[in-house]
Design a protein around this ligand. Structure first.
Ligand SMILES: [Zn+2]
Length: 345
C-alpha cells in the first residue's frame, strides 16, 4: 500500500483494520510526493524486497501514477484506491512522470489498465473541495481534446485511432459536469454525498479516464505540460493548469465567442482559474509565455493532434489573449476579480 503521510493519517487505520480482518498481510510504504523516475525505481525495490504481489495506490493522481509505473516495472498486479477525484489518472494505462522540481518529464505507457479502481465516495467528499474542483477541470478538457483528436483523426493515448465509444464517453463526461458540477461542489463543501457528487466522481475518474485514453489528448494537456516548465505555476493542481489549457485551446481553435465565454463563465463559477493572473503569470511576460509555448509544442506533444498546425508563436498569442478576455467575461457576469497566484517554493 503506497500512500503519503497525510492520506494515511485519514484512511490508514481503516485500511489496516480491514486487511487484518481479512487475514491479508500488508506493507505500507510512504510516497515521497512526486512521481519521478527515481521514486518509481525506489518503489520497485520496495516491491521486490517485501515480495509484494499487488501494489495498491491510496491517494491522488501523483501516488497513483508512481504505483502504476512501479507495479508494471516489477511485473506484479496493481490497483488504485483514489481518495480524491482530482484527476483522471486512476483508470488509465499510462503514468505521467515528472522531474524532481515538478516539470513534466514523460508519459509512460503500459500494456494494460489497473486491475481494480476502488472509490469510496464518502472519503472523496471528506477531502477538501478544491481537489474535486481540480478534477472537474481535468475532466472538462477531455471532451475538448477528444473532439479535436476526432476531427484530425489523430492517434489517441491508447495508441490507435479514436473510436466512437471513446469520443462519446469524453462528451458524456462534459455533459455530466455541466449538469452536476456546481451542486456537487456545494454538497462537498459540507462533506455530503449526493447523486450529483456520485456523478461528478464518475465523470472525473472513469468517464474522463476512458475518454482521454481512447478519445485522445490535444492542446489543453500539452499547454498544461508547458505550464509546468515555469516555476510560477508550481504548486497548482493538475486540473487548474489544464483549465488554462482548455481556455487557450478554444482560442486556438477559433471557437465561437459564445462558447469561449460560456466556458470561462462556467469554469470560473466552478472555481477554476481562467486568467493568467490566477496561475502566477502575466500577459506581457512574453519570455515566460514563450518558455511555456515552446514546451507545449515540442515534437511528439499532443498539441500536434489538433486538426491544424500549431506553432509556438500561436500558443503565446492565445495564452496572452485570455487574460483580458476572461477578465471582461467575469465583469459582464458579475463574477469576482481574479486573485493573483504566488507559487510557494
Ligand atoms: Zn489530465
Amino acid at each position: 500500500m503506497v500512500a503519503d503521510d497525510l492520506v494515511w493519517g485519514f484512511v490508514g487505520h481503516d485500511v489496516e483494520a480491514s486487511l487484518t480482518s481479512a487475514g491479508l498481510p500488508m506493507h505500507r510504504e510512504r510516497f515521497n510526493g512526486i512521481p519521478t523516475a527515481k521514486e518509481v525505481d525506489r518503489l520497485v525495490e520496495v516491491i521486490k524486497t517485501t515480495g509484494a504481489d499487488v501494489a495498491i495506490a491510496v491517494g491522488g493522481g501523483s501516488t497513483i501514477d508512481a504505483v502504476k509505473a512501479a507495479g508494471f516495472l516489477a511485473g506484479i498486479r496493481w490497483a488504485n484506491c483514489p481518495t480524491v477525484a482530482s484527476t483522471d489518472a486512476p483508470c488509465s494505462a499510462l503514468s505521467v512522470i515528472y522531474t524532481e522540481t515538478g516539470e513534466f518529464s514523460e508519459y509512460r505507457f503500459f500494456p494494460r489498465n489497473p486491475d481494480l479502481v476502488l472509490v469510496d465516495s464518502q472519503i472523496v467528499a471528506n477531502a477538501p473541495v478544491s481537489l474535486l474542483i481540480a478534477g472537474v477541470g481535468d475532466a472538462l478538457a477531455t471532451w475538448l481534446e477528444a473532439r479535436a483528436t476526432s476531427r484530425s483523426n489523430s492517434t489517441t493515448m491508447a495508441g490507435g485511432l479514436p473510436t466512437l465509444t471513446g469520443t462519446a464517453l469524453a462528451q458524456l463526461s462534459w455533459d455530466v459536469l455541466w449538469e452536476n458540477a456546481l451542486p456537487a461542489i456545494d454538497a462537498v463543501l459540507d462533506h455530503q454525498v449526493t447523486p450529483a457528487v456520485e456523478k461528478v466522481i464518475e465523470a472525473n475518474t472513469l468517464l474522463s479516464g476512458l475518454g482521454f485514453e481512447s478519445g485522445g489528448l490535444a492542446a489543453a494537456h500539452a499547454i498544461h505540460n508547458g505550464l509546468t516548465a515555469v516555476p510560477q505555476t508550481h504548486g497548482l493542481a493538475h486540473g487548474q493548469k489544464v483549465n488554462i489549457g482548455s481556455v487557450t485551446q478554444l482560442v486556438l481553435e477559433g471557437a465561437p465567442t459564445a462558447d469561449i465565454r460560456d466556458f470561462i463563465e462556467f469554469t470560473t463559477r466552478v472555481g477554476l482559474p481562467t486568467t493568467l493572473t490566477e496561475v502566477g503569470l502575466q500577459a506581457d511576460d512574453i519570455a515566460s509565455l514563450t518558455t511555456i509555448a515552446d514546451a507545449a509544442t515540442v515534437p511528439g506533444e499532443t498539441i500536434h493532434s489538433m486538426p491544424f498546425e500549431v506553432r509556438s508563436a500561436d500558443v503565446v498569442s492565445a495564452l496572452a489573449s485570455i487574460e483580458r478576455f476572461a477578465q471582461h467575461v467575469r465583469e459582464d457576469a458579475k463574477l469576482p476579480k481574479p486573485v493573483p497566484y504566488v507559487a510557494h517554493h
